[in-house]
Ligand binder design. Structure first.
Ligand SMILES: [Zn+2]
Length: 211
């Protein structure tokens, strides 16, 4: 394994433990990846079925652009690897992070009929790459969940093309995907979007009780 892979694997494991602590990756849910090399594509990917609170750097897998393991490692890459690869290709992302928080799960269902969640007017929006003002309106598309990963990757590719300014998207009753030029930016985007989704959800809840 290259030093680049070892460093990225260590950062991914650290982020997984941190997100687990926030309740965004409970049990074996969610997955994380980062690009190690572009040509040919090599991605460090979290394994399937491993508790994200216990993820160790040596458990990260190296996969190619077809989600096949490169090298002699054991283990099975996450079922959602094809989705990560699609996002890397469509967005030129250097890292993709996927969380299963309570608030992203709830809002992905509440707003499903609208096709997305509109988040507008919050200072925290400025943490998203390229956003300069709280007046920004972020549209997080919602994609229907599926266990057919090649088909879901296609649907996600279409949604990313249609909503080129989006910093993430939701899978209905499933979770949030976000990404960044690198792991630091991807982590920031997840933190910002999780904050905003929780704020939105709690606000709806409080308003409901006040009526
Ligand atoms: Zn998932």
């Amino acid at each position: 394994m290259s030093q680049g892979f070892i460093d990225i694997a260590s950062s991914l494991a650290q982020i997984a433990r941190g997100f687990h602590g926030r309740g965004w990756l409970l049990g074996t849910s969610g997955n994380l990846s980062a690009v190690v090399q572009r040509e040919p594509l090599q991605i460090a990917m979290s394994p399937s079925g491993v508790d994200k609170g216990e993820l160790r750097p040596e458990q990260l897998l190296s996969i190619d652009e077809n989600a096949r393991i490169v090298g002699q490692q054991g283990g099975k890459p996450s079922d959602e690897s094809l989705l990560h690869i699609r996002i890397v290709k469509e967005r030129g992302a250097g890292a993709v992070l996927h969380t299963h928080s309570i608030w992203n799960t709830i809002l992905s269902d509440v707003y499903a009929a609208d096709g997305g969640v509109r988040i507008e007017g919050y200072e925290m929006l400025k943490g998203l790459q390229g956003v300069r003002t709280h007046e920004h309106a972020e549209w997080l598309p919602i994609v229907e969940n599926s266990q057919d990963m090649p088909a879901l990757a296609e649907t996600i590719g279409e949604a990313l093309n249609k909503h080129k300014a989006a910093h993430g998207f939701l899978l209905r009753r499933h979770g949030l995907y976000s990404w960044g030029e690198d792991l630091v930016q991807a982590k920031r985007h997840v933190e910002i979007l999780e904050f905003l989704l929780e704020t939105l959800g709690r606000t709806l809840h409080i308003r409901e009780r006040m009526i």
